[in-house]
Design a protein. Structure first.
Length: 288
């Protein structure tokens, strides 16, 4: 078994199977598709797969871990959630017992709880890579905010701190490389987009791409939390959004990092490119 900073940084065997957790999510789906397109055997892990994986049912974990050499770990909905560190510690222990060689963890920038989970992976005795991402561009196209964009009003808390939103395609490219290529073991890749944007600037970028008037309509934080609670969102999602807007968007992450370039040798995708791609696909088009 390799050490966390194994200088061989070896590539998994060509016949290796890679487990992708969160395989129906924003990053997991993209990673699985990239690996399969490259000829890598993939075991998709989610509650909906034939061999299900459920973070709340540890009895499902062993069957998913058996016979794989590397795993992408995405904890839903966020590593900041209470209980995440215990779950990650249990999974990492099982991964070692099943003989996995490599772990790639999706983490969050500026979250103390997420960094605690990172340390668990780093001390595992396995090869590891940390993919520490900023807020996803796709929150506005595949996540909770997509309906707001379609309605033309991004009704989020009155936050003016800029965020270097990162594209899920970039995250997937970095994670796929870390899972299958040498040279990434022992790396912490802090992934951001190439520039900082406020929510008002995000709205303007989407408006320019769609040719529609999209505005950030700020609401008080408490009203936002009440609104998503009344909408029927799961309690853990409500908790996560409350935490993120109240804590993480305080300026601690208001800087651009070079993780995408360090990992892939190319620039990160700009939000304007993302917005034009989504607009061209018609997702934000208002029905007649």
């Amino acid at each position: 078994m390799t050490t966390p900073h194994d200088t061989t940084n070896r590539k998994p065997d060509d016949g290796a199977t890679v487990l992708v957790l969160g395989a129906t999510g924003k990053t997991g789906r993209r990673i699985a598709e990239r690996l399969e397109a490259a000829g890598t055997r993939v075991r998709r892990g989610s509650r909906a797969t034939a061999r299900p994986f459920d973070w709340h049912d540890e009895a499902t974990w062993d069957a998913c871990l058996a016979g794989v050499q590397a795993a992408y770990i995405s904890y839903a909905p966020d590593l900041a959630l209470p209980g995440a560190t215990d779950a990650i510690a249990s999974l990492v222990d099982k991964a070692g017992r099943h003989g996995l060689e490599r772990l790639v963890l999706l983490s969050g920038r500026g979250e103390d709880e997420a960094q605690a989970c990172e340390r668990i992976v780093q001390r595992s005795g396995l090869q590891w890579t940390i993919v520490r991402a900023s807020w996803f561009n796709q929150n506005f196209s595949e996540g909770a905010f997509a309906a707001m964009v379609q309605a033309g009003r991004i009704t989020l808390p009155d936050v003016t701190t800029p965020e270097p939103f990162v594209d899920a395609d970039d995250i997937a490219d970095v994670a796929a490389a870390a899972l299958t290529q040498p040279g990434h073991a022992g790396e912490v890749y802090e992934l951001t987009g190439p520039r900082l944007l406020t929510l008002a600037e995000v709205a303007a970028e989407i408006g320019a791409a769609t040719g529609r008037r999209i505005q950030h309509a700020p609401v008080p934080h408490a009203d936002f939390v009440q609104g998503i609670t009344r909408s029927g969102a799961p309690k853990d999602v409500v908790w996560m959004l409350d935490y993120l807007f109240a804590t993480v968007l305080d300026g601690r992450n208001a800087q651009v990092c070079d993780g995408v370039t360090r990992a892939l040798g190319r620039p990160a995708k700009d939000f304007s490119v993302f917005a034009r791609e989504v607009a061209a696909g018609g997702l934000w088009r208002v029905a007649a």
